[in-house]
Design a protein. Sequence first.
Length: 591
Amino acid sequence: MKRTHKCREVTRDLIGKEISVSGWIHRRRDHGGVIFFDLRDEDGLVQVVYNPESKAMFSLAETCRNEYVIFSKGEVRERPEGTANDNLLTGQVEIIASDLEIINSSLPTPFQLDEYASVGEETRLKYRFLDLRRSEMQDNLRLRSKVSTALRSHLDKENFVEIETPLLTKATPEGARDYLVPSRTFPGQFFALPQSPQLFKQTLMASGFEKYFQFAKCFRDEDLRADRQPEFTQLDIEVSFADSEEVINLITEMIRRVFKETLSIDLGEFPKISYHEAIEKYGIDKPDLRNPLQLVEVKEIFKDCEFKVFSEPANDKDSRIAAMKVPNGKLLTRKQIDDYTDYVGTYGAKGLAYIRIDDPTKGREGLQSPIIKFIEDPILESLLSILEVKEGDIVFFGAGKNNIVNDSLAALRDLVAKDLDLLTCDWAPCWVVDFPMFEKNKNGDLTPLHHPFTAPNCSIEELIKDPLAALTDAYDVVLNGTELGGGSVRIHDKEMQQTVLNLLRISNDEAEEKFGFLISALQYGCPPHAGLAIGFDRMIMLMTGSESIRDVIAFPKTQTASCLLTEAPGEAALDQLEELHIRFHGLDKEE
RNA sequence: GGACCGGUAGUUCAGUUUGGUUAGAACGCCGCCCUGUCACGGCGGAGGUCGCGAGUUCGAGUCUCGUCCGGUCCGCCA
């Protein structure tokens, strides 16, 4: 009862041979006097024919249903004239069955597994084992495996060492909410699952592993998105004695090679853009460079404008006025523009000003806009000349606080490109570099743009004097508007590390308590080092063209971080909690 | 914490705007027929707590409130 061939191997070469195959019944076609099965195994499909000559076999075939697992023996034959199926790799031949065995039956599946049926995600996740049988999911997970193998092999050739770091570890300061695991042996104490292996990999640098990598599971207890799961995989990399240039070259080469090897895609050059330039031109630090639209800063020309909506931000140092010219924007309907206004509203924008250029030669008369009546002639003229408008263009404006203008126009830029089908190519990678060290959060406190172990490229004295002016050797690799990964040159000096932590209001004592081991390691000859981490799931999501990260993870969580297959999380038994020194207060809805 | 979309047969959906007889369709499932199909075909059939709970009403899938579940986004995610 052992198969001699895989389904996809049953081709012309085997004509006349007696072979056997095993697999799932993908589809059956019962014609009364002859029965066809499309038999499926992991990578192929072949047609098996059951004729009524052998009565026992034929009546057994009549009882078979979709997704039964069967074994069948028979002779490979060229299909009769006119019945070949060119859509099938094995479509020139068929197996004339002489034997059939049902290895396992199947209940009718809760949804159809063929490519023509559409299924809701809830049902798919509940019966994930069936969903994973579908070719789309099979292809996604197989590519995922191919890519991780290619990445490993590339790093191995470059003499990297793969080292695993603990999952039961200590909570780190800042960052995301931790997943906690109670300690049985230390009442009242908790492990945290790592948000990333950052501290361990830096420690490994101090340990003399000059090139480290790991496919690391990371955990962050924050709200989910289409591209965010509470547990996810990072390709984590760190290199001693390396500068940013070296890491960027290494990773560029690695990503290019993997795209070439697994998808036959040439990503071409990875242009470098400074953080400052990215924000100014695209409003975001992960611009989609397939999109030709750009923001233009026009703050200067509105300084003396009577129109308060523009003059106020023009005279405020934390505000900007950005214009986004959409060539041929006249194709946008009034309804679309209204929708855009609502859309930017979700980012905090108070409205969406626009000017439509019907005839650029006619000056004010050739324009359509709800706002130009508030704008003086000289200002309007210089605006139009800066933007070099043409007939049919629409210019959208964002005016207000920097972050609101940037967030809303960056989002609008994506949406308009989608609606007008403006993308100029399939793949557009880039590096975003020269990030500021810190930014101010809404409480006015400093927070690191990257993380608190990123080195500023200035002295301790300069850093203390003007922290917000400090830049870092940090770098993000961006593909099609998705942040694939990011990293930086790290701090390898104790004084600098403490200075940075102090600026973040983390005292030396607190630092000692939270990650004394790293501070300690820095004092025993820690080499300078730099590295980065790639969001592996997101990378596969891009490579497979998936809409959601869930489609490249075998057993993902829902938006509320539950698993519909296993029904995790679940309640713990009282004696388990007892052992862990935990008392549950019950669901208290008051407050 | 917030905004929005959805939940009706096993599945995907229509029906909800404007409350009114027995809640429909397609696919799937079951039965019968069919010897060349390949998303086979024909005939017949079964299958529904309209997510759940209150309320309004003579009457609720449809209106109101609450709640649960799935999704998209904002906040959050160094």
